[in-house]
Design a protein around this ligand. Structure first.
Ligand code: PLP
Length: 370
């Protein structure tokens, strides 16, 4: 009998009856978007839950990224990582900003702070790193560099929902952090996103910009966009918060089973475990060295697919390899040796709260006995 399809992730959904109750309330009020009751309540609860100063909700993470660059009036060149989901760089392109790719480090696959300074030019205005797989970047070192050169820092924190470092939210570092609540992310509102900022004045500007620049009925203070989250998404998000801690616990258990079984397997490297991190266990990447492991990464990927197990090669190809970006000087593989190596080794294994331990063990068995 063939195994049911197992995908790299599967969204957790809120209780349907509870959601229907929220929908009834929305139907009665006829207030379906434009910062209504659920939007306000979700922003408040998220701010508390995440332990941050200010949250502004968005329709999706990409609009939040694009808007974040507008909020800080970023222009010219921005230093970023090629090892991410393509939206990170697209957000720069949509703002007419030139991306400058800097290589990643081997341990966590984050932007390598030691390579940033060499990429700074008189046109550089900001650094846009990504907390990839939810592992925090070296935020202190990046801030030091940003301070020396007068640069802004915008973190793409799409993977870093609820991640804490030494008891402090990772979203409290940098000028702005951007979250995604897409269906495939650890925390979903179907589609959705947010910008986290550190002061009230910035929060105001963000909220103007996501609503066409309207300050009131007759005042438009800036050329804004429409990037608002609607009431249905906000009501759904509020219910998600109720079960999120439980969801993370299940992810943690799965991570432990994977780690305990795959650690020490010849030719497979795992990410370093970080003890001072309160993690969200959003992804489980493994890195295949096919000079040691019996088959190549792509062969393992295909072999799992034959058994209805759909891992994903996040993040391959590198963003710097896509046609829009591969002509840039910073896209040359010689400039990005670590990112190129890792993109060819990575395979993200299925992980989501409802994945059974039985299926995790099945996946491990295939990997160990190719
Ligand atoms: C998912 C993702 C985004 C885009 O978020 P959407 O909500 O899908 O628009 C941006 N950056 C990274 C790193 C992501 O993984």
């Amino acid at each position: 009998m063939k195994q049911d399809k197992i995908f790299v992730t599967q969204p957790s959904l809120p209780d349907l009856d509870e959601f229907i109750n929220s929908l009834k309330e929305i139907w009665d009020s006829k207030w379906i978007t434009n910062m209504g009751k659920f939007h306000k309540e979700f922003e408040n609860q998220l701010t508390n839950y995440l332990g941050v100063k200010y949250v502004s909700l968005f329709a999706n993470g990409t609009m939040a990224l694009i808007s974040a660059l507008q909020v800080l009036r970023i222009t010219g060149e921005v230093i970023t990582t090629p090892y991410s989901f393509v939206a990170t760089t697209h957000a720069l392109w949509w703002n007419g900003i030139k991306p400058v790719f800097v290589d990643i480090e081997n341990g966590y696959c984050n932007l390598n702070p030691e390579k940033i300074e060499a990429a700074i030019t008189p046109n550089t205005t900001a650094i846009m790193p990504v907390h990839i797989y939810g592992n925090p970047c070296d935020v202190n070192r990046i801030q030091e560099i940003a301070d020396v050169y007068g640069l802004k820092t915008i973190y793409d924190a799409a993977h870093a929902f609820r991640v804490e470092r030494d008891g402090n939210s990772i979203l409290n570092f940098g000028d702005l952090s951007v979250l995604s609540f897409h269906a495939t992310k650890t925390f979903n509102t179907i589609e959705g996103g947010a910008i986290v900022c550190q002061d009230e004045k910035t929060k105001k500007r963000i909220d103007f910009l996501k609503n066409f620049g309207f300050a009131d009925e007759v005042t438009v203070v800036a050329p804004g966009i429409n990037a608002k989250m609607n009431e249905l998404q906000a009501a759904y998000g509020l219910l998600q918060l109720k079960t999120f801690d439980e969801q993370i616990k299940k992810r943690e258990e799965i991570t432990k089973v994977y780690r305990d079984s795959l650690i020490g397997v010849n030719g497979i490297r795992l990410l370093k475990d970080i003890e001072y991190i309160k993690h969200n266990y959003s992804y489980f990447p493994i890195f295949i060295d096919d000079t040691i492991y019996p088959i190549s990464r792509d062969n393992l990927y295909e072999k799992l697919k034959e058994k209805n197990i759909f891992g994903r090669r996040y993040f391959y190809p590198l963003i710097s390899e896509f046609p829009a970006y591969r002509g840039l000087a910073s896209s040359k593989p010689a400039n990005l040796p670590v990112a190129n190596k890792i993109a060819n080794q990575v395979l993200c294994l299925p992980i989501y709260p409802d994945l059974s331990v039985k299926n995790v063990l099945l996946i491990i068995d295939i990997i160990k006995n190719v």
